[in-house]
Design a binder for this molecule. Sequence first.
Ligand SMILES: [Zn+2]
Length: 343
Amino acid sequence: MELEPTDIRAAAIAAIQAADSVDAIEEIRIKYLGRKGSLTLLLRSLGNIPAEQRAAAGKRANEFKNEIESALEQKKYELTSTAARDLLRAQWIDVTLDCATATQREDLGRLHPISQIQYEIEDIFASMGFEILDGPEVETDYYNFEALNMPRHHPARDMQDTFWTEDGNLLRTHTSAIQIRGMEKVIPPFRIVGPGRVFRYESTDASHENTFYQVEGMMVDRDINVAHLIFVMKQLLKEIFQREAVVRLRPGYFPFVEPGFELDIQCLICNGAGCSVCRQSGWVELLPCGLVHPNVLRMGGIDPKEWSGFAFGLGLNRLVMMKYGINDIRHFLSGDIRFLRQF
Ligand SMILES: [Zn+2]
């Protein structure tokens, strides 16, 4: 028995109203309006009915078809918008909401003041054309002493109390070892800095630590002299302290430089008048420096007749202490959160 168009329409509309998913809607569409759908077959069979009834029957069937189509569209729209609304309700995120309270932000942590100044110094040197190099903390005797003009039994080795490992290596006592490694890698002219952690086997007090930080610097070119060294140092200090720094050089002995100097900076806390930080002298010893000893250049494979250079070893702890008026070097490794929160 063939279904009456009105029955098809009624069944389709009922099914559409009961549908609970977009997939169900599609199934209904196929069932009634698909290639073998019941309404499609009905429309196709119109040719078999008497001509005088055909026009009216065709018009009615087409009306039902349009009605079913729009019911399908309507239901599909309802179902998708409900799904979208449910999704929004379930996964709603307020992007304007502050993700952390002030206290939580405190606990996120921050860079250690030494790291802060290290990155700052790296930026300053990079802007002056220096390349930043790295080196190992456990060094060989060769890179830490021998290639720096301190052969075995050289008395200057005693100036740097050393942690030795059982296999004859050591914890680097200065970042100067990076100079030698640098010279092996680059060809002159060059400018390099090497920041890092260094170690000394010594008892600690307010101005001594067994672990501290330095930045090694070296510039090699033709006819480098002390004026170049002073210029670069003053430029660096000016950037760090955001004002003109007064410096002085005193003769100092370091086997890897000739001549060698101690560079002092006029105390920024008392402006040279004398205070507890500068021990009433008005000056603070900041770094050893000098013109690279010809033997060191030779060890690095550089001809000292053709090239000359300056080198320095900047103590980062002391610089941070000067910048913030910190009176005890042991704060840096204390892990004391009250200290660290101030930076
Ligand atoms: Zn002072």
